[in-house]
Write a protein that binds this ligand. Structure first.
Ligand code: NI
Length: 250
């Protein structure tokens, strides 16, 4: 049994979502946590979580939309979060990859959503790209738990997040040739790791180049099992337990 703690599932990317869900189930995927992180995808995910038993949702506005999200949008988000299949807020965070011109707006959006998470006691899925220091400093101001999604930083950064109580989302990047993440994963405790695909992006080897989906989780788990020299069942068991504890899955 595997749990995909972070992926996207939009009609824009997949022609046949029924088929994708069926394939996921056949690949021993027990639950998938789908992130709606734009105005449009939030509406799609609200429908998907009701349609499919294995689909759970995290909703929140991604930093790339910082310039268009308003106070009204945040009020709307807060209103729809109260649902047993919505298990967190995200992905939210900071992204300086394409520049910092809207840095104040990004920080405002990030902190506004952290306040909601704190108030509603919901886990957060953190997107941080080229913004490690600001992300850490902002997270320190709030009493929140969650996942550093698609973690690919240094061991030093990993240890800071772990000490703050965060889990690290490990996905396809681990399987890429020359990925420095292997060294990091070797050193961090299994209790701090959850699996994610971030599909349709970041497809693991040996399927790199194809469209990703949760059915490939086992290839990420296999890499972890090799790196840490433990059985793949152990990887599945511990990472699923970590996810269940965070999201309060029964
Ligand atoms: Ni994502």
């Amino acid at each position: 049994m595997f749990i995909d703690t972070h992926c996207h599932l939009s009609g824009e990317d997949y022609d046949d979502i029924d088929k994708i869900i069926e394939e996921d189930k056949n690949a021993m995927v027990d639950k998938i946590v789908v992130s709606g992180c734009s105005k449009e995808s939030i509406e799609e995910v609200l429908v998907l979580k009701d349609k499919y038993d294995i689909v759970y949702a995290t909703l929140g506005y991604h930093p790339e939309y910082a310039s268009i999200i308003t106070e009204d949008d945040l009020n709307y988000l807060k209103k729809i979060l109260d649902n047993e299949k919505i298990v967190g807020i995200g992905e939210i965070g900071l992204d300086y990859h394409y520049g910092k011109e809207n840095i104040d707006k990004q920080k405002w959006l990030f902190e506004s959503q952290l306040k909601i998470a704190e108030e509603l006691n919901l886990p957060v899925i953190i997107h941080s790209r080229d913004a490690t220091l600001d992300t850490i400093n902002i997270l320190k101001k709030y009493r929140v738990k969650g996942i550093i999604h698609c973690f690919s930083g240094s061991l030093e950064t990993a240890n800071i997040y772990i000490k703050m109580g965060f889990l690290l989302g490990i996905g396809g990047v681990l399987t890429f040739k020359n990925s420095k993440l292997k060294e990091v994963v070797k050193e961090i405790p299994m209790e701090s790791i959850v699996l994610e695909t971030d599909s349709p992006y970041l497809t693991p080897v040996p399927f790199r180049g194809k469209q990703n989906s949760s059915k490939y989780l086992k290839y990420i788990a296999e890499y972890i099992s090799d790196i840490k020299d433990i059985d793949i069942d152990e990887v599945s068991k511990i990472t699923s337990r970590n996810a269940c504890n965070l999201f309060d899955f029964k």
